[in-house]
Design a protein around this ligand. Structure first.
Ligand code: FAQ
Length: 342
């Protein structure tokens, strides 16, 4: 072992057997970099204490933090309707869903902590405008049917993206995704069922559902990010198996899955170019308004300012809770130490 480049080996896990070990043999042990690549090639998981390239770590922190921030900011558009839900049952469902999103944020911030960066630091970066969150949460929720459209389309798009992330190469992220996807599928079902009830209701209710779908369809397609040709990170992220499917392929999957669901609801999707293409075996769809997408990403969407103001205010107002929890934990710890040394 003495001639192994030890600076590449950070822990026991680095010595786990991976394909290629036999060929590498005892005479030429793998470097951390080679072992990282072998784990990726074998479709195995990189774990927190494994050696990893700095850029791999940075990419994960960027993507997972952006995802965590999205879950937390994503509580706002729906949270806005909890007090106005039309029945106790709908209120209970909506509260459970919004709480789930907070939980998703926590799992994801925990996953970034395994990469060496704390939640407080990430939240500061978001509050300072140096981190992004998903464009979708910068649109307003104008009527009750928006809650159904968010569940069906926004959670539907989120699941399409996140199912592939259960196979991402970073262990803690992939395991968080398994649990998150289970919860997201309940979210999607409740949204679809809500819209189905409206579509089987009065003319006014159906019109409300159609209005919501008209406004949420295109922003949902934007959630998948820019076209592959414009995507800064896709190529490297796919080589590292952080992303397993490209933005455009996921968007196509989502369209193919959603069109028959819209037909069953009896709702039109607001795209005159949407039609089945027999030769491709997929639906063709119209051009996305990328100017609108980038405008929203840069902070100029209809609700960006309000979302961030609300987020900062909630963080400041919750300071006493964090301080009280930290003081309580310190007191408990001091008691444990005192008991041990007594
Ligand atoms: N919004 O090179 P790419 C949810 C940025 S969770 C804003 O293609 P990448 C649950 C991107 O950061 C929704 N910015 O980037 C829920 C990059 O900028 P940067 C969130 C976007 O990372 C439901 C630049 O554009 N889900 O909805 C967006 O390879 C209901 C170039 O883009 C996740 O975050 C966008 N839509 O691919 C909660 C899933 N798209 O950083 C409440 C995990 C792209 O270089 C209620 N994330 N950008 O300055 C991912 O899978 C990826 O990050 C993508 C983007 C696919 C989103």
């Amino acid at each position: 072992m003495s001639d192994a480049p030890t600076h590449h080996f950070t822990n026991e896990r680095s010595f786990a057997k991976v394909p290629g070990d036999a060929e590498a043999g005892a005479t030429s042990p793998m470097t951390g970099e080679q072992r990282f690549q072998a784990i990726i090639d074998a479709d195995d998981k990189i774990e927190p204490t494994d050696w990893m390239p700095d850029e791999y770590r940075k990419t994960l922190i960027r993507q997972i933090a952006q995802h965590a921030h999205s879950e937390v900011i994503g509580m706002q558009p729906e949270g806005n309707w909890i007090s106005r839900a039309p029945s106790l049952k709908r209120k209970a469902i909506l509260m459970a869903k919004v709480q789930d999103e907070a939980g998703h944020g926590l799992y994801l911030y925990s996953a970034t902590e395994t990469l060496g960066i704390g939640r407080d630091e990430l939240v500061d970066l978001l509050h300072a405008g140096r981190h992004k969150y998903s464009s979708i949460f910068n649109y307003p929720t104008l009527n009750w049917a928006d809650i159904g459209a968010i569940g069906w389309l926004v959670d539907g798009a989120a699941i399409t993206n996140q199912v592939m992330l259960t196979r991402t190469s970073y262990g803690p992220y992939s395991r968080a995704m398994v649990r998150i996807c289970k919860e997201e599928s309940f979210h999607q079902r409740q949204g679809y069922e809500l819209l189905l009830r409206l579509c089987r209701g009065s003319e006014e209710q159906k019109a409300m559902a159609q209005d919501a779908v008209n406004r949420w369809w295109w922003p949902s397609l934007m959630m998948f990010g820019p076209h592959d040709a414009e995507s800064t990170h896709t190529q490297q992220s796919m080589a590292w198996k952080i992303k397993r499917v490209s933005n455009d392929d996921l968007r196509q999957q989502f369209v193919d899955m959603t069109v028959p669901q819209a037909e069953y609801l009896g709702l039109a999707l607001p795209d005159p170019d949407l039609r089945w293409n027999e030769a491709r075996g997929h639906y063709d769809f119209g051009d996305i308004d990328w100017a609108e997408f980038w405008n929203v990403v840069k902070g100029n969407g209809p609700m960006n300012r309000e979302r961030m103001e609300h987020k900062r205010r909630a963080w400041d107002e919750g300071a006493w809770v964090r301080e009280a929890a930290a003081a309580h934990a310190a007191k408990q710890q001091a008691r444990r130490v005192a008991k041990k040394s007594a």
